[in-house]
Design a protein around this ligand. Structure first.
Ligand SMILES: Cc1cc2nc3c(=O)[nH]c(=O)nc-3n(C[C@H](O)[C@H](O)[C@H](O)COP(=O)(O)OP(=O)(O)OC[C@H]3O[C@@H](n4cnc5c(N)ncnc54)[C@H](O)[C@@H]3O)c2cc1C
Ligand code: FES
Ligand code: FES
Length: 1369
């Protein structure tokens, strides 16, 4: 031992000593003096703050979104081999990338050196909207291509026509861990699939490269070429050379970061801590800081990277099993386990389960040891420990100051007290599979192993509600008529338990038993007592029922099918849907106003993909810039006694805390000056809701500010204060209500008493409740304020309403509005959340900048954003409905309590939104009473389709209720109640337009054919009759959505070289506004009819950022019509220019005797001093209010054992009028639908009993991912032709399609109904036909919700029924 140590020391001494970190970013060499680097610095901190590479976006900071993904390449000088894999730069520590090469999206290609094929295909497949997620998507796709080509055989080179060795299935998984809130994922997947070798380009979605029906070879040629050989040159030669030199860090003891190469070196580092006061952090992948975020803020004296320790990286396979070092990454472990030959597929099943842990970019650095230690020390709900306990894994542990390694079973280790911080988990051993019982090696003996998990997202990126893994040895019993359990091990985890738990009582009971229904029933009853989630765990009943489900699934088939090939495959239908995603689009591109009407690529799409598109936080910080973070209340109603720091010590880098007291004289404490009343910027003496902003802490960096706010203590006092109002009922009782202005008050239709009197049936006082939804824009709230001369302030704000931001800032600072200038170039997703909620963010920055006289910026972290911004309005609805026996409704009377939260915000607009969508059916007579309740919760605001989505859903819920009551098919009830044009007019008045505009009945009929609705309903019925544990439902719904256009200014200026600058107040939030505006400008300027075509003019046009001093009266981007209105304003301006240019053109033509080009026309105009800038305003009249129509049919499959829903297919037909750009509108339709899917199925925005939002991270708030969208997603955009009152006959597409997602919810309800009907047949008195099928399916219909309605004890019911049946026979 001593000799070995001596050799190691000598070898170490021979190495060249270095004192710095060396790595490459996009081929550029970086060298950082190690003593100057704070080891807690993450890679994203470095890239965004110290390099020009801003494509790396911060979406969550917890490994949950993929916006920050980069490619990390590692070179092995011995093997001369490069490993390339994705990592989340928000979790990767900068020091850990020593010797590595990092490639960001702009490193793959960019506007200067040429875009990469990935960027070009993303753009061409119309796969960007706000573009904030796109650089991360690009890198994830590129990595998938790179690794597919590397792993392919050399005899199978990628074709050189632009495809790679990637398969379509791999392409679908390439972005499975990346979140996108805008696109709905389908076009992203298609862009990635376009590289796959097994994909027919014909099967991919609408794109700018090839048209349907085009010759395949021609089409392929048009795809931007992907040259896989170029990818292998990514690792810089200079770094290879340096790595070939034998270097090691100079005396690692002198730095806070060290990376020991041997256990002895590690021990000597640990021994530096003589008196035990040194805080040490062992680091592997560092991904645990995504979950334990407080870890990022802890100050450690020393970080020790353990990934170079040979014992921790070993991979050993022998007859005893597979031993994996603790620092082996989960991805590597999957690869190793997959590569093993074994008789029972334990290792392959472990690998398959591991693939559902986190996302690929987390698994690539997250290690086995890290995961196990999180579980052991902090009771992390690990998958790994559960499956490894079931595989009887053992672990080796090395304690502090000892070289001795001890071995324990993983199960024992987990139960030990938390391992000391300086002790080491060395390796994990997965033993080879042997018969468990002596002498049970006959051919009748089978070894079974299976793993399970139920989580909101099937492909991972979501913690499990419960996971399980079972092993068993079973054989045929003596009489060979049953299966006996010789031994078994049943492990369960993540259900609200400290550690993976073995259900020993069940194991003991089962051993020696012949599996039968009776035995299973008894085992389940024992299991129910064993798997009991800890107090405070969400959905405890659901989690326990999952344990039953999985046990039943494992042993159930043995009871019925005997010993065939295992468990899962027999007796149970496959519970997963491996079918590939598919889609179809029917789109009409029009030429009449070309390039308007064409599906051209979104302006700036490639820049978004490469990450060069500049968002507010990408603007370099001005000199002396400071950074702010919000301090918010955690109490619903309390007096603020004091704001101080823990231990009364001001944290490092903090310059001050700004409160309402800092508002300058003449200014007001105003955080938003909205449409109705304004709201406070900061709470004053009293805070009125949890989540209300109390103060703004200012520090030297964003990191320091974010750390420091967590050290703030607010002393509250509630003495003498009334209890807070935390429910709408309390608000009504205390008359805590906001007024609806008379012009927004809902008006009844018809005579409700008469309608009720005509009814043959009535449902009275039925109730519905709806919760909230968070925007989940990928770019959180952000602003930068820069003080200027003479008390002026320049503010860059990520907002949908720069004009209102401007007014608010001026009001707060007490300066004339001309002292303020607000600039917004683009927004990384808004969805309504950056209208009102952006104002306090920009205002706080401006106030702090005024006080400090330095620039101040903030990029609000995800948690604070989720807690302070509020989201959608929750509401409670009570209704009475009267109807005829055929289902025709004669009267509907609704009372609605809307939870507005603390301030008015846009709440008074909500009733008209709700009513507008609700009236999609002919209710006969209709009355509607809405109370807007003021509660002590955070103020609610507009979220995409505010009010309309709830209104549309309420209508469907009522229709469903009527159908259940009458036992008539719900589709019939819908049909019977669809408006005729006359009733439409009655309900919508002028908005209904002319009869020819009412296209809904036409869409309804068309959908029948488009989706094969009737035929598929039969197939669904057949399926349900034969499938016990999976039920399907299919449903179609209509949507009606009213919009109105607003006054909108614009300016078009032509520069001397003929290039054109367009200014509109509308903000590019991802909805394609710039693109439509550009198209309109090109068309309108093209009317001059010079020899330069409109399509050529398109290239000359640039839409520039919104600037509130340049363009006043900009109002708000929202309500789905800003693109149309901005386009129309531009059309008017261009008309003015054309008018001025026409005489010049005529004269020029006469002079030259031929057609003139645009450029020569413009130079002539300049020579003649023609005014080349036109501003004008579009002032719509009432005629520009209109209704949008769409229909959707969705088919789902519900797994009634787990509550999981798979959306098998969705068909949408949407009337876009004459679409200004069908590619953009298609993106809006799909993206809105998927966001709606999130509202109806997944997203829970929950509060605690004080009204504080608790689902405040990507861990707890689940937006849809690529694995939760419809497997087949078909969209037809109906071109419903000309209409004089609309902008070039176009219609809106931003919000209305979101309403159609209720089709999924309704289909789930239909499936649950089938499950309920089936369960009744298993009950004692078999009451089929009298089962109450009028249940309300809550929104969102999450897995626990669905399972609860299907029956938490459905397995027991079934077994009980079977047993009784048999006994009766
Ligand atoms: C977004 C996301 C989703 C996730 N989803 C899942 C999931 O669904 N299921 C699941 O099971 N896991 C999940 N995880 C957890 C993930 O598997 C772990 O974060 C990862 O394996 C930890 O490994 P690491 O190397 O990054 O650990 P690190 O973060 O480096 O270390 C974790 C802790 O263990 C200590 N440590 C590390 N290695 C050793 C060692 N060898 N000896 C002693 N101490 C050590 C460290 O000091 C630290 O305290 C998820 C993680 C993220 C970020
Ligand atoms: S920012 Fe890193 S994963 Fe979200
Ligand atoms: S385009 Fe993906 S988040 Fe906006």
């Amino acid at each position: 031992m001593g000799e070995k140590k001596g050799i190691e020391e000598k070898e170490e001494a021979m190495k060249i000593k270095k004192t710095s970190l060396v790595f490459a970013v996009n081929g550029e060499r970086f060298e950082l003096d190690l003593s100057s680097v704070d080891p807690s610095t993450t890679l994203i901190d470095f890239l965004r703050n110290k390099t020009p590479f801003k494509s790396v976006k911060l979406g969550c900071g917890e490994g949950g979104c993929g916006a920050c993904v980069v490619l990390l390449s590692k070179y092995d000088p011995l093997l001369d081999k490069v490993d390339d894999f994705t990592v989340s730069s928000c979790l990767t520590l900068l020091c850990s990338i020593d010797g590595c090469s990092i490639t960001t999206s702009e490193g793959l290609g960019n506007s200067r050196s040429g875009f990469h094929a990935v960027h070009e295909r993303i753009a061409g497949f119309h796969a960007t909207q706000c573009g904030f997620c796109t650089p991360g998507m690009s890198v994830s796709m590129f990595s998938a291509l790179l690794n597919a080509d590397k792993s392919s055989s050399p005899h199978d080179p990628p074709s050189n026509n632009g495809s790679s060795n990637l398969t379509a299935a791999e392409a679908e998984k390439a972005v499975s861990g990346n979140l996108c809130r805008c696109t709905g994922y389908r076009p992203l997947v298609d862009a990635c699939k376009s590289f796959a070798k097994d994909v027919d380009i014909e099967d991919l979605g609408f794109n700018s490269f090839c048209k349907k029906g085009e010759n395949r070879d021609d089409a392929l040629k048009k795809l931007p070429c992907y040259d896989h050989t170029l990818s292998s040159t990514l690792f810089p030669e200079f770094l290879k050379k340096e790595l070939k030199m034998d270097t090691s860090l100079d005396d690692s003891r002198t730095y806070r970061w060290s990376s020991p190469g041997s256990i002895s070196e590690l021990q000597s580092l640990l021994q530096l801590d003589d008196n035990g006061t040194m805080s040490v952090k062992l680091v592997a992948g560092n991904t645990s800081t995504g979950y334990y975020k407080e870890e990022k803020e802890k100050k450690y004296d020393r970080f020790i990277d353990i990934r170079r320790l040979p014992e921790l990286t070993l991979v050993r396979r022998d007859e005893k099993g597979v031993e994996l070092g603790a620092a082996v990454t989960i991805s590597k472990a999957i690869e190793v386990l997959r590569g093993q030959k074994e008789s029972v597929s334990v290792l392959a099943k472990l690998a398959a389960h591991m693939e559902k842990i986190a996302s690929r970019f987390v698994r690539n650095t997250g290690t086995l040891g890290g995961n196990i230690m999180m579980a052991q020390r902090k009771q992390f709900p690990s998958d790994l420990t559960t499956i490894l306990v079931a595989a009887r894994a053992t672990v080796k542990i090395m304690s502090v100051g000892s070289n001795v390694q001890e071995q324990f079973t993983l199960e024992e280790f987990l139960q030990q007290p938390p391992l000391e911080a300086k002790s080491l988990l060395v390796s994990v051993m997965i033993p080879s599979w042997r018969p468990l019982k002596n002498g049970s090696s006959s051919t009748d003996t089978h070894l079974l192993f299976e793993t399970y998990r139920a989580a909101p997202r099937p492909l991972g990126n979501a913690l499990a509600f419960l996971n399980a893994a079972f092993s068993a040895e079973v054989s045929l019993n003596q009489s060979r008529d049953g299966v006996v359990v010789n031994d078994c091990l049943l492990a369960f985890g993540a259900y609200g338990t400290k550690h993976a738990h073995r259900a020993r009582k069940v194991e003991d009971y089962l051993v020696g038993k012949v599996i039968s229904d009776e035995v299973l029933m008894e085992a389940i009853s024992l299991l129910r007592d064993e798997i009991v989630p800890d107090k405070g765990t969400s959905n405890p009943g659901y989690r326990s029922s999952l344990a039953v489900t999985f046990l039943f699934e494992f042993f159930g088939s043995l009871a019925t099918n005997g010993l065939l090939n295992g468990c899962k495959e027999n007796g149970f239908e496959s519970l997963k849907h491996e079918a590939m995603l598919s889609s179809a689009q029917q789109i009409v591109e029009t030429q009449e106003h070309s390039p308007v009407g064409k599906g051209i690529v979104k302006a700036g799409a490639k820049l978004q993909a490469s990450g060069e598109a500049v968002y507010v936080d990408d603007i370099p910080s001005p000199k002396d810039c400071l950074y702010g973070a919000f301090i918010y209340s955690t109490m619903p109603l309390a007096r603020i006694k004091s704001i101080r720091f823990k231990e009364n010590r001001v944290p490092e880098g903090v310059l001050g805390i700004i409160t309402y007291k800092d508002i300058p004289k003449g200014g007001q404490n105003v955080g938003n000056k909205g449409f109705f009343a304004s709201d406070l910027l900061f709470a004053e003496e009293i805070t009125h809701c949890a989540g209300q902003i109390i103060a703004f802490l200012v520090a030297e960096s964003q990191k320091l500010a974010d750390i420091a706010v967590n050290l703030v203590v607010i002393d509250y006092d509630t003495e003498g204060l009334e209890p807070p109002i935390l429910s709408v009922e309390e608000a009504v009782e205390k008359s805590s209500l906001f007024e609806v202005p008379p012009f927004l008050k809902s008006k009844p239709v018809g005579d409700i008493n008469k309608g009720m009197a005509e009814a043959e049936h009535k449902i009275l006082g039925s109730k519905i409740s709806l919760g909230s939804q968070y925007f989940f824009y990928m770019e959180t709230q952000t602003a930068l304020a820069v003080p200027d001369e003479d008390n002026c302030m320049l503010v860059y704000s990520s907002t949908q309403a720069p004009e209102y931001v401007h007014r608010t800032i001026a009001g707060c600072l007490g300066v004339p509005e001309h002292n303020v200038r607000v600039i917004t170039r683009r927004v990384g997703g808004g969805f309504g959340g950056k209208v009102m909620k952006a104002m306090p963010v920009a205002t706080a920055c401006a106030l702090a900048a005024t006080k400090m006289q330095r620039p101040v910026r903030t990029y609000v972290n995800r948690k604070t954003d989720m807690i302070t911004t509020g989201g959608r309005h929750p509401m409670k609805i009570k209704y009475s409905v009267g109807f005829k026996s055929n289902g025709k409704v004669t009267a509907l009377d609704l009372e609605l309590l809307l939870d507005a939260g603390l301030s008015e915000d846009i709440s008074p607009l909500m009733p008209s939104g709700i009513q507008g969508a609700l009236m999609k059916y002919d209710w006969g007579a209709f009355s509607f009473d809405v109370k807007i309740c003021k509660t002590n919760t955070v103020s609610r605001t507009a979220v995409r389709a505010p009010g309309d989505v709830q209104g549309s859903y309420i209508a469907e819920a009522i229709i469903e209720k009527v159908a259940s009551y009458l036992s008539i098919d719900v589709d019939e009830i819908r049909k019977v109640n669809l408006h005729a044009y006359e009733s439409l007019k009655l309900f919508y008045d002028k908005k209904a337009g002319e009869s020819t505009e009412y296209t809904l009945p036409q869409l309804w009929e068309k959908l029948e054919e488009f989706s094969g609705f009737s035929q598929r309903r039969k197939v669904v019925d057949e399926f349900n009759a034969s499938s016990r544990w999976r039920k399907r439902g299919i449903s179609r719904v209509p949507a009606v959505y009213g919009v109105g256009l607003r006054l909108t200014p614009g300016r078009v200026s032509v520069l001397s070289d003929g290039s054109v600058v367009v200014e509109v107040p509308g903000i590019e939030i991802g909805q394609g506004l710039w693109t439509k505006v550009k198209q309109m400008a090109a068309f309108s300027l093209g009317l001059i009819q010079c020899s330069t075509t409109s399509d050529e003019l398109l290239e000359k046009i640039r839409v520039i950022q919104a600037d509130t001093l340049s363009m006043v009266q900009g109002s708000v981007t929202g309500g789905s019509t800003s693109s149309e209105a901005s386009s129309e304003a531009v059309r008017i301006c261009c008309g003015g220019l054309v008018e001025r240019l026409l005489p010049v053109k005529t004269a020029l033509e006469e002079k030259t005797g031929g057609p003139v080009t645009w450029d020569s026309l413009i130079s002539q105009a300049y020579m003649q001093s023609v005014n080349m800038s036109v501003s004008n305003t579009y002032s719509p009249d009432f005629g520009t209010q209109y209704l949008n129509y769409g229909v959707a049919a969705s088919e789902v499959e519900v797994n009634i054992l787990t509550g999981e829903t798979t959306v098998l297919r969705t068909d949408i037909i949407y009337d876009c009028g004459k679409s200004l750009n069908p590619a953009v509108d298609l993106g809006q339709i799909e993206g809105a639908f998927v966001q709606g899917l999130g509202f109806f199925m997944l997203e829970e925005y929950l509060m605690n009993s004080d009204g504080l939002i608790v689902t405040d991270s990507t861990w707890t708030y689940k937006i849809p991912t690529v694995d939760t969208i419809p497997r087949q997603f078909n969209v037809e955009i109906l071109n419903s032709g000309h209409h004089k009152n609309r902008v070039l006959s176009s219609k809106a597409s931003g919000e209305p399609p979101l309403l159609l997602a209720s089709s999924v919810h309704c289909a789930v309800r239909a499936a649950v109904k089938e499950a309920k009907k089936q369960t009744v047949t298993w009950s004692d008195d078999n009451q089929e036909g009298v089962v109450d099928l009028s249940f309300e399916l809550p929104v969102p219909a999450t897995m626990p919700v669905v399972k609860e309605l299907c029956g938490l004890n459905v397995v027991e019911k079934y077994l009980d029924w079977k047993i009784k049946q048999r006994k009766n026979i």
